[in-house]
Each structure stands twice: as structure tokens, then as C-alpha cells.
Design a protein around this ligand. Sequence first.
Ligand code: SF4
Ligand code: SF4
Length: 415
Amino acid sequence: MNRRDFLKGALTLAALAPVSRLAAKAGIDGDKTSDVATGTQVTRRRYKETALTVPLLGFGCMRLPQISVDKPDVDHVTVRKMINRAMKAGCNYFDTAYMYHDGLSERCLGELLQAYPRDSYYLTDKMPMWFAKNSGDVERIFQEQLSRCKTNYFDFYMLHALDTANWELAQKYKAYEFLARMKKEGKICKLGFSFHDTPEVLQKIIDAQEWDFAQIQLNYLDWELYRSREQYEILTKAGIPVIVMEPLRGGALASLSPDATGILRKAAPQSSNASWGLRYVASLPNVLCVLSGMTLPEHMEDNIRTFSPLKPLTDVERKTLDQALATYRKQLAVPCTACRYCMPCPVGVEIPKIFGLYNQYKISSNKWLFRNNYNAIPEDSRASACVNCGKCMRHCPQKIRIPEMLKKIATELEN
Ligand code: SF4
Ligand code: SF4
């Protein structure tokens, strides 16, 4: 651990010390993690055996509030309030990326986090290999990110969305070697990767290099569906802490279907669907931080409540969640998480919006509502406008056969 990590962890522990308690050891490979919680602050988890602690709830900045639907600019006024609220609750982990909000997420954090001492929060960013045409681009993008974020270093930094293709690009352009050099120079504290592929590819990547952490898609729907359980187990066995992305599958598990929601409400009338999903992943002991893409202040309040302190799921609650999941799975049509990696489509098809509406329709069977919302999409951006070029599929982490699915939707619902 470098000096900055030590200071940040030690400061946090010192601040919490009078009222904190160390929760039961989490029991991975002995005692690598432990929880630190108070009633007013989100539970923190220790990074391996070090003094560094990370809030279990991280602020994912991929879906920040926007000024309006037509104006993609990030709503700085609301984000400022949310950052202030997060910091007050000890939720001091901010996750951004080069392409979130077309670069505006990095810029927004760069501006608004200036209000806080650099040692008081963690800033995470990622290298998008698909934007690089050579090794020089890797360095250029990294420097651009430092400048957008108005910082000299990143606390956590990742190779973004590694799959077979992006890992090959990373190797070709020696991205790991460059980032390892940045780590030596103090511009990166912890080096890891985010991941979207099979457990077999994951194993290859962790065998190839040394990693401080990995970020994977983990939620109760994907645990078996997307083979997330195997990924989690591989990383745990390798002693690599896990950061969770898509704990609510792009918000889908926050809304669920009426039938599935009914099962959860009956068991806990006061708990939101989101809190069930977040508690599910946060109960896993090798999870260091759970990223939630909080778009509204209300989301943040609910999440902070869930994590202050975290109450791991009981066996009875797990059974309830299993029942809700079984009900929900019967109704889900497209496994889209609305991550927007497939965008922009060269002819302008609104892919995630269409899939979101289609899933809503399949769950509610409300054709009228679907048509109403679908007709608000310009005609040349609807499913039938797809020319089957295949570009979007190369970037879809969920491996959805997008053109086929669009064709199906157009045939089923456009006429
Ligand atoms: S396959 Fe269709 S939806 Fe995908 S990028 Fe090409 S035109 Fe757009
Ligand atoms: S289709 Fe795939 S890439 Fe596009 S938003 Fe959905 S999950 Fe993301």
C-alpha cells in the first residue's frame, strides 16, 4: 500500500473509530476482509489485510441525472447535492469512465470533487481499449482522463470491459505494461480490470498478470444466467477482491415485475426491490464495493439506508428472493442492462430504449403503453431501421444478438 492509500484508510478509520465496530470477519482465505459500520455511515469493507477501507456502496457515474431527456448535459446542480450527501454518509467511492455521458461524467466529477480534499475520496476510471488504435493512444487517453478529472492520480484504475477482443487489444498495445508503469509512478494506486466474458476468459486474464481487484457484473439474476457465480469463485480463489457492477441489472431488478415485487413486498413491506438486490451482492464476503448507478437523489437515500449498516440476507430472505427471481425470469425477454456500449448505432437505432420498452411490455402485457412510448421514438430510430451491419454486437457485454432481436420486435410490434 502506498502512502496515499494508507492516509485515506487511516483517516477514515480514525473518523469512524469512536462509534465504529468491527463486524464478524468475512472468512475468505482466512480473514482477508472485515466490515466497519456505524448507524449513520455506510458499512465499509477492508481491502485485504490493510488499513485501507472502501465503502460497500460506491457511486456509479454512468447514469447521472441529466438536464432533460433531449439535453444530454449532466445536471451539475443535482449531482453536486448527491455528491455532498454521499460524502456525508461516507460513500466516498466514485466510479467513472472515458465514455460515460460522452466524457461529461469525468468532467463533472473533475469539477465537483474539487470541493473536497483529494485524500478524502476514491476516484476510479477505466481504459477503453476499443478507442485505441496504437500504444500512443493508450497514453493519450490516460492523460486526457487525468486532465478531465482534474487530478494527478486515480485511486482505482481498470482496463475497461475486458473480453477476448479487448484483452487482445490490451496485449497488442501493451496497455497493462503502461498502466503498471503509471502505478509505479504513483498515478494509479490499485490496478484492475472490468470484465464481460466467460469464466474461461477470466481465468486466462488473471493467470496472465497481477491484479489488485476486478470488477464484474454480479446480481441475483446473473448469478447463474450470466455465470457470475463462477466468475466470483475464480476471483475469490485467486485472492482478488471483487467490485460489483450492475447489481440491479441496469435498474431492471429495481422495478422487477408486479408478481415478483408482490412476493418481496409481502416478506418486507418497507424494503424496496433495489435494497433486496444490493443486499444480495453485498452479503458476499469477497465483495469490496457495490456500484450503484444513482440517477435520482431518492435512489441515493434508499441505497444509503440499505448500507447504513448493511444487514446481510438471512437464509429465509434468500428463499424469498429465489421465489421472486423464478417469477421474474419467466417474464424477461431481452437481457439488456441499458449500458449503452452498443451506441451510437450508425443509422440511429435507439437500441437500449427499444429493448427496455420491449421488456416492460413483456412483463406488463400492456401493448397500448408500449405503442405509446414506442411511437415517441422517431421512425428512423425504431427497430425496423436496423440495417443489420453488426457493429453494435461487437460491443454488447451481454452478447445479445441485437439485429435479430430488433427484427423480432419490429415484426411483432411495429405493424
Ligand atoms: S446492427 Fe442494426 S442496430 Fe446494430 S449498429 Fe447496425 S444498424 Fe444499428
Ligand atoms: S444491447 Fe447490449 S450493449 Fe446495448 S445497452 Fe443493451 S446490454 Fe448494453
